[in-house]
Design a protein around this ligand. Structure first.
Ligand code: FRU
Length: 521
C-alpha cells in the first residue's frame, strides 16, 4: 500500500514537471525571436506548404507529447506575411495506418480529385504513412502514401477513405516524403518520392490514382546517406527567361560538412523523366546550403503568378544532434523563409537563395557602421541600438591587399566565447567557426570543426548578409550564391561584434546593422 502511495506521488510529481514543461513563454534561452518555432515540444521537417486565399500554410513534423522525435503528427500554422505566424491545432494525427511522416499539399484548383465542396477547390495533402507494426514485424512495405483533404481553408482535414493512395510494392523500405506539383506541360499531377538512394516520379490525373513514370539519381550526386524530402519545381532562368526544372534532394548523412544537408539538380522535365543538365550529370554534388543546419527544406505550392516567387523554408537542424540540442520546452526552429532564383552563371545553372523581402518589415533602428577605408586587425562594430543576438548585418567589403588571409565577423560574450563567420581569402572559402561559440558538450558531432563553403564568384568584393537570432546564424554571401545556416549555443548571449582582417587590410565599402523586431506576442 505504502509503495502504491509513493508511486502515485511520484506520478503526480512527474506529471507536474511535464505540465510545467508545457508552458511556453517564447523567451526561453536560445528561443529564436524572428524564426518559426513550435510553442512547445519537438518539431522537424516543414510539410504541406501552400498558399491559399491570403494565407501561407506551414505544416511540420510534430510530436506533441515530447521534446524528442516520436509518433509523428502534422503541426500547423498560418501567416499572412511569412513573418508573423498563428498557431493552429494539430492538422493530422497518426491513425491505424501509421504515423504521419513528411509530405506536401496543393490546391486542387480544378477539383480533379472530385473532393471539393460547394464550388470550393479542395486542399489536398499527400503524406507518408509509417506503419510501426509493419516495421517491427520486419516487413519492407511499411511506408506508403496517404491523402487528406480540407474544404475549410485548411482548418480541418479529412483522411481519404480509400487510403493508402500509393502502396509500397518496391520491396524497398524507404519510400517516402511525396512532393506533389501540377505539371502544366503534360497537364497532370506529378509526385516526386524519395526511395532510399534515388527519387521516383509518379503521375496522376486526379491525385488519387498514381502511375509510375521514372526513376532518377541512383548514380548521380551525393550518396553518403538515405535520400529524403525531394522537391521538383519549374523555374524561369534569370538570364535567359527559359523554363528549367530544379530538383531538391535532402540526404542524411553525407552533407558537405557532415550529417544532414540538401543537394540539388537542375535539368529538364517532360512529364515523365528528369534529364539533368551537364553539370549535374556526375557524382559531384551541388549543395543548397553549406551550413550544418538547413535540412528537409521544400517550397510553397500555389504562390500566385503575380507574386511569382519560389519560396523555400528548411528545418534548421541536423539529425547528427537535433534531439539533444540544449533547449527546453520546445526543440527546433525553421530557417528564415527564402526566395530561390535560378541563375545561369559561367554556363552552369545555380540556385541563389535570398531572405524574403517581407523580413525588412521587422527592421527597427539601423546603424551605419563607421567606414574605415582600409582596416586591419580587429575593429569593434558593436551596435549601440541593436542587440547582437537578434540582428541583421549587411556588409560590403573589398579585398585588394594580397597579404590579407582571412576576413570575418566575430561575435563574443563575457563568458569568453566567440563565433566567427567570414571569408578565407587564401583558401577561397567562406567559413563558419562555432568551435568556441559556447555549449557543445551535448554532442560530439556538434562543434569539432570549422565548416566551409566554396565560392561561385571570383570578384574581390565580398558581400555578407547575415542574420543572428539567439541560437542561429544564417549567412547569404555574394548575393545568396553561397549560404551557410548554423546553430550556436553561447552560454550567455553574444553582445560584442568585431570585424577582423588578418594578414593584410580590407576595404569597408558599406556596413549596416539592423535590430529586428520579435514576431511573438
Ligand atoms: C527527414 C525525415 C523524413 C521523414 C520524417 C520523419 O528529416 O526523416 O524522411 O518523413 O523525417 O519525421
Amino acid at each position: 500500500m505504502a509503495l502504491r502511495i509513493i508511486f502515485v506521488l511520484m506520478l503526480i510529481a512527474v506529471t507536474s514537471v511535464n505540465s510545467t514543461a508545457q508552458q511556453s513563454t517564447y523567451r526561453e534561452p536560445y528561443r529564436p525571436q524572428f524564426h518559426f518555432t513550435p510553442p512547445t515540444q519537438w518539431m522537424n521537417d516543414p510539410n504541406g506548404l501552400f498558399y491559399y486565399e491570403g494565407e501561407y500554410h506551414l505544416f511540420y513534423q510534430y510530436y506533441p507529447d515530447g521534446n524528442t522525435w516520436g509518433p509523428m503528427h502534422w503541426g500547423h500554422a498560418v501567416s499572412k506575411d511569412l513573418m508573423y505566424w498563428q498557431h493552429l491545432p494539430v492538422a493530422l494525427y497518426p491513425d491505424s495506418l501509421g504515423y504521419i511522416f513528411s509530405g506536401s499539399a496543393v490546391v486542387d484548383v480544378n477539383n480533379t480529385s472530385g473532393l471539393g465542396k460547394n464550388q470550393l477547390p479542395p486542399l489536398i495533402a499527400v503524406y507518408t504513412y509509417h506503419n510501426m507494426a509493419g516495421e517491427k514485424a520486419g516487413r519492407n512495405d511499411f511506408q506508403y502514401q496517404g491523402l487528406a483533404y480540407s474544404t475549410d481553408k485548411g482548418r480541418t482535414w479529412t483522411k481519404y477513405e480509400k487510403n493508402p493512395v500509393l502502396p509500397n510494392k518496391t520491396g524497398i523500405k524507404d519510400f517516402r516524403d511525396p512532393k506533389v506539383m501540377w505539371h502544366e506541360g503534360s497537364k497532370q499531377w506529378v509526385m516526386t518520392l524519395a526511395v532510399k538512394d534515388h527519387v521516383e516520379f509518379w503521375t496522376s490525373p486526379n491525385l488519387l490514382q498514381w502511375h509510375y513514370a521514372s526513376s532518377f539519381g541512383k548514380e548521380l550526386g551525393a550518396h553518403g546517406g538515405v535520400w529524403e524530402c525531394p522537391d521538383l519545381f519549374a523555374m524561369q532562368v534569370k538570364e535567359t527567361g527559359k523554363e528549367k526544372f530544379v530538383l531538391l534532394v535532402s540526404i542524411n548523412p553525407g552533407g558537405p560538412n557532415g550529417g544532414s544537408a540538401t543537394q540539388y539538380f537542375t535539368g529538364d522535365f517532360n512529364g515523365k523523366e528528369f534529364i539533368p543538365h551537364r553539370s549535374h550529370q556526375n557524382k559531384q554534388p551541388v549543395w543548397l546550403d553549406y551550413g550544418r543546419d538547413n535540412y528537409a527544406g521544400v517550397t510553397w505550392s500555389n504562390i500566385p503568378a503575380a507574386d511569382g516567387r519560389r519560396l523555400f523554408i528548411g528545418w534548421m537542424s541536423n539529425w547528427d544532434y537535433a534531439q539533444v540540442v540544449p533547449t527546453t520546452v520546445w526543440r527546433s526552429a525553421m530557417t528564415l523563409p527564402r526566395s530561390l532564383t535560378l541563375r545561369k552563371l559561367n554556363n552552369n545553372y545555380h540556385l541563389q537563395s535570398t531572405p524574403v523581402s517581407e523580413l525588412s518589415a521587422l527592421r527597427n533602428e539601423f546603424e551605419g557602421i563607421e567606414l574605415t577605408d582600409l582596416m586591419k586587425g580587429a575593429i569593434d562594430i558593436t551596435p549601440h541600438t541593436a542587440t547582437v543576438h537578434q540582428s541583421e548585418w549587411v556588409l560590403d567589403l573589398e579585398i585588394t591587399d594580397t597579404k590579407t588571409e582571412t576576413c570575418y565577423l566575430q561575435f563574443s560574450n563575457g563568458s569568453g566565447e566567440r563565433y566567427r563567420i567570414g571569408y578565407n581569402v587564401k583558401k577561397k572559402l567562406y567559413f563558419s567557426d562555432r568551435t568556441k561559440a559556447g555549449n557543445h558538450s551535448f554532442s560530439e558531432k556538434f562543434g569539432t570543426s570549422v565548416h566551409t563553403a566554396p565560392r561561385l564568384l571570383k570578384s574581390k568584393r565580398i558581400k555578407l548578409h547575415l542574420f543572428v537570432d539567439a541560437s542561429s546564424v544564417e549567412l547569404f554571401a555574394d548575393d545568396g550564391t553561397v549560404c551557410m545556416t548554423e546553430l550556436i549555443f553561447p552560454s550567455t548571449p553574444f553582445n560584442k561584434a568585431e570585424l577582423v582582417s588578418e594578414g593584410g587590410a580590407v576595404k569597408l565599402i558599406s556596413a549596416t546593422c539592423y535590430s529586428l523586431k520579435r514576431i511573438w506576442e
